[in-house]
Design a protein around this ligand. Structure first.
Ligand SMILES: *Cc1c(COP(=O)(O)O)cnc(C)c1O
Length: 294
């Protein structure tokens, strides 16, 4: 059985620069206090696979502010799986790491070199020996299973259009890290509406390849939104987030959602969208991570 996920509210998004187009925001940040954002959707099929295989636990990897490990630890605790996390770098004490420990996740720090080896053949072997039968999840919850879980995001939005007074919509706008969530939306839309991905990582980090492998070459557009690199923030971005939060009443963080919103403003101001275009901005969550850096 696929775990149920509460319906994320679809709300009007009001910002002064969104004056020529109509925007709504699907608040994945509000679905659950612990298990929030796109990571819960990306984990859905992995959790189902682990349960079908009667795996005693789930193991995955990430950084010390990782929204993915945070969601995995919370899901494991709630659904009764043990969890283990392989972390980049050396032991650090961040709010996220403290939560992982409190949620019962076993943590292993791989250093930087050890973490870089994560794509090499044989990387998982020692961990599979140490945790026999455990379900291994690629970084960020990626892959086919991760993308498949995101189809539910499209269903959730469509079920609320009428309540918003919209008869339809023209496209999606969301932040992309690995591109898995974006690919999931593209697959679910099957060409019905364009999906705009705002890249929170540099273009050479493999997002175009990931999306192409999972969802083909059509039905989406990629936009640079990384502002010099993943996890880099400048004063202009932080001021923009603060102002946008005040104007819209919606909280954003600086790694993904803030950068995606800023890239949307650039495109709107450049006239990329015809007047009256209706866009759904996907709030992918990630607010737990900002305790560590904002
Ligand atoms: C992980 C994450 C993303 C990126 O999702 P991908 O599926 O890897 O592209 C976007 N926003 C937030 C808040 C995230 O935590």
């Amino acid at each position: 059985m696929l775990p149920n996920i509460p319906v994320a509210p679809l709300q009007p998004l009001r910002l002064p620069w969104l004056n020529t187009i109509q925007a709504a925001i699907l608040r994945l940040d509000l679905i659950d206090p612990l298990l929030s954002g796109n990571k819960w959707f990306k984990l859905r099929h992995h959790l189902q696979q682990a349960s079908q295989a009667r795996a005693p636990g789930l193991i995955s990897l990430g950084g010390n502010h990782s929204n993915h490990l945070h969601a995995l630890a919370a899901a494991g605790k709630r659904l009764g799986f043990a969890t283990a996390g392989l972390l980049r770098g050396h032991p650090q004490d961040t709010p996220t790491v403290r939560d992982l420990q409190a949620l019962g996740m076993a943590l292993h720090w791989l250093g930087y070199g050890g973490y870089r080896a994560r794509h090499e053949a044989g990387f998982w072997e020692p961990w599979q020996a140490r945790y026999p039968g455990w379900h291994c999840i690629p970084e960020g919850g990626g892959g086919v299973a991760g993308a498949a879980g995101c189809a539910l995001i499209v269903e959730q939005a469509r079920s609320q259009l009428a309540a918003l007074g919209w008869r339809g919509y023209d496209g999606w706008w969301l932040a992309a890290g690995t591109g898995t969530t974006l690919a999931g939306l593209v697959l679910a839309e099957a060409g019905a509406h364009v999906v705009h991905g705002a890249l929170a990582v540099p273009l050479d980090h493999g997002v175009p390849q990931t999306v192409a492998e999972l969802a083909g070459l059509h039905g989406y557009q990629l936009h640079d939104a990384c502002r010099g690199g993943f996890g880099k923030f400048d004063d202009e971005l932080l001021a923009f987030i603060e102002l946008s939060e005040r104007q819209s009443g919606v909280p954003f963080e600086a790694l993904y959602t803030g950068k995606a919103l800023m890239a949307l403003r650039e495109q709107v101001e450049a006239g990329a969208f015809a007047p009256g275009t209706r866009l759904i901005f996907l709030h992918t969550g990630g607010l737990q991570g900002r305790r560590g850096y904002l």
